[in-house]
Design a protein around this ligand. Structure first.
Ligand SMILES: [Zn+2]
Length: 293
């Protein structure tokens, strides 16, 4: 599943490729991909003649700011788009990815949404397992209210709100494992299985520890580890382990290699002990019992 670094890689790709992309045609190949508005015609109608102005990311959500074609007669193309037209929000979930296609060809059977500009460039959304969703939130509505998961997100790991004081406060009474806490999007946004395991290894904290038992100095270390691990991965375009694809249809290249994730039975890079795997709240968890206490 794409996590923060992969979604950030996609965001950067979209921003780069979709320069002044004006939506001229929208094709919904699978209705259930459109989460809002309920009526897919309304979704299509809402997006038409919109300029995709800017791509943001919040947690694992991609958020495109849209501008509306207002005055055809203005001389400069972008000045025609002076009015806001709400947001196109995307969540890739398990297997969703975008492909930017210059010369639109026949879509594969997993194509869910196709968006075209007037030069027949296509932004294609492909999703094998089809859990991914899209929302068009019009200007006078709030994305945070309509999309529950977005509205309830905890702070971004890179924001100043995410520090040991915040962490201490939210985990002080929690008996859940620290791994489960890191996966909870309402506590911190964007971390999934890979980066939870890698961050805990880097901080030397056992994923099984009861969250409330983790001390302040360990929380400082954990926060730093999360930021370092995520930044490193963004720099290398996401990990090779998920079904993640960037806009060129390429698998990510986490050339930096993971330390514990999917290294069960292999030697720990620090101590040589074997990496173990066990499930925590249904998710495979990888760790070194010697280095992580
Ligand atoms: Zn070790």
């Amino acid at each position: 599943m794409p996590e923060l670094p992969e979604v950030e890689t996609v965001r950067r790709g979209l921003e780069q490729k979709l320069n002044n992309f004006i939506i001229k045609k929208v094709e919904v190949c699978r209705d259930s991909t459109v989460a809002f508005p309920k009526n897919k015609e309304e979704f299509i109608e809402g997006l038409l003649n919109s300029l995709i102005y800017k791509w943001d990311r919040r947690g694992k959500y991609l958020i495109a700011q849209l501008k509306k074609l207002e005055n055809e007669n203005v001389r400069f193309p972008l000045q025609k788009f002076s009015k806001n037209n709400g947001f196109l929000v995307v969540h890739l979930r398990m297997t969703g990815y975008f492909k930017f296609i210059n010369n639109s060809a026949q879509p594969c059977k997993h194509t869910r949404i196709r968006v075209f500009d007037d030069k027949n460039n296509e932004l294609r959304y492909i999703d094998v397992r089809s859990f991914g969703q899209m929302w068009w939130i019009k200007e006078d509505l709030s994305p945070n209210k309509i999309i529950k998961g977005l509205g309830s997100l905890g702070p971004e790991p890179f924001s100043k709100d995410f520090d040991e004081i915040y962490l201490k406060k939210v985990i002080s009474k929690r008996t859940k494992s620290i791994k489960a806490i890191l996966l909870d999007q309402t506590i911190v946004a964007g971390i999934g299985n890979i980066y939870a395991d890698e961050s805990l290894y880097s901080a030397g904290i056992s994923p099984f520890r009861e969250a409330r038992t983790i001390k302040k100095n360990e929380l400082i270390k954990l926060k730093e580890s999360i930021v370092t691990v995520l930044k490193k991965s963004i720099g290398s375009g996401g990990t090779t382990f998920s079904d993640f694809r960037d806009l060129e249809g390429e698998n990510g290249n986490f050339g930096l290699q993971t330390n514990v994730y999917r290294r069960t039975g292999k030697e720990c890079r620090k101590c040589g002990n074997l990496i173990e795997r066990e499930k925590i709240t249904g998710r495979s968890t990888h760790w070194c019992p010697k280095c992580q206490k």
